[in-house]
Design a protein around this ligand. Structure first.
Ligand code: NDP
Length: 247
């Protein structure tokens, strides 16, 4: 049996669709016990049943919700040693006409949610590392963290925050044996952006994905599984993963 992640206890936020769902599935296939966090409970329950995982309802924008989910995970599975902070929203629009409620949604999910997630599990991850076990914190950022895309101002700013936070956490946690990975995908075909208000942007995104042969979410999941299964001395620290055609 090929089980490079046997004995690992994983948490994936945003596991109800897209990259998170694919990652949960792949980590489980590689032998990890996986907790699936998201708001759409029906979705995570269905996937948890399929992969013998644990579905935990959580809204990452709310610190109490994340802390409660972390307690549930610890109680049901034990201390996690692999956390994928993946939950995110992307709501592009021209800066001058955008609905600022969408800014708040992106900032509270992509920045605050990722901070709350990383903090809620930091003690678990550091404890695993201190015991000499492999421990991984994966931040799902975006190519938008460092490439300029018009109309993606606030989204890009949230992802730039994620990427830079990852580097700083690496400086704090690396010496303590905890790997921090910052992953910056390019175009991936998921439900991301499905709820954006600006339908013109929505059409543009669909066309952009089509033209660039946007990746299936399983490609990103494979890379997360690969990176977290490497020997603990080596860290794929910052990784940009693009469809070849996106260039
Ligand atoms: P999806 O929309 O398919 O998935 C987003 C996930 O985030 C869902 O599971 C959703 O679950 C979850 N989520 C959103 N808000 C919250 C919240 N408040 N609390 C808990 N979970 C939440 O998109 P992707 O799979 O594409 O997105 C995953 C990550 O990948 C995001 O961070 C995104 O920015 C990043 N990314 C995606 C790219 C792409 O092209 N698709 C490119 C680069 C980065 P629910 O709604 O059930 O809570």
């Amino acid at each position: 049996v090929n089980a490079p992640l046997a004995d690992r206890i994983a948490v994936v936020t945003g596991a109800s669709s897209g990259i998170g769902a694919a990652t949960a599935r792949r980590l489980a296939a590689d032998g990890a016990r996986v907790a699936l966090l998201a708001r759409r409970v029906d979705r995570i329950k269905e996937l948890a049943a399929e992969i013998s995982g644990l579905a935990v309802e959580a809204d990452v924008r709310l610190q109490d919700s994340v802390l409660a989910a972390a307690r549930t995970v610890r109680g049901e599975l034990g201390r996690p040693d692999l956390v994928v902070a993946n939950a995110g929203v992307m709501l592009p629009a021209p800066f001058d006409t955008s609905d600022t409620a969408e800014w708040d949604q992106m900032i509270s999910t992509n920045v605050n949610g990722l901070l709350y997630t990383s903090r809620a599990f930091a003690d678990d991850l550091l404890a695993a590392a201190a015991e000499g076990r492999t421990a991984d914190l994966v931040h799902v950022s975006s190519i938008g963290a460092h490439v300029v895309f018009a109309n993606y101002g606030v989204y890009g700013a949230t992802k730039a925050a994620v990427s830079h936070l990852s580097r700083i956490l690496r400086a704090e946690f690396g010496p303590r044996g905890l790997r921090v990975h910052n992953l910056e995908p390019g175009l991936v075909t998921t439900e991301l952006g499905d709820t954006m208000e600006d339908r013109g942007q929505f059409e543009a995104l669909a066309e952009w994905r089509e033209r660039n042969q946007s990746l299936p979410a399983t490609d990103i999941a494979d890379i997360i599984a690969f990176s977290t299964a490497l020997p603990r001395r080596v860290n794929i620290a910052d990784l940009v993963v693009l469809p070849t055609v996106q260039g």
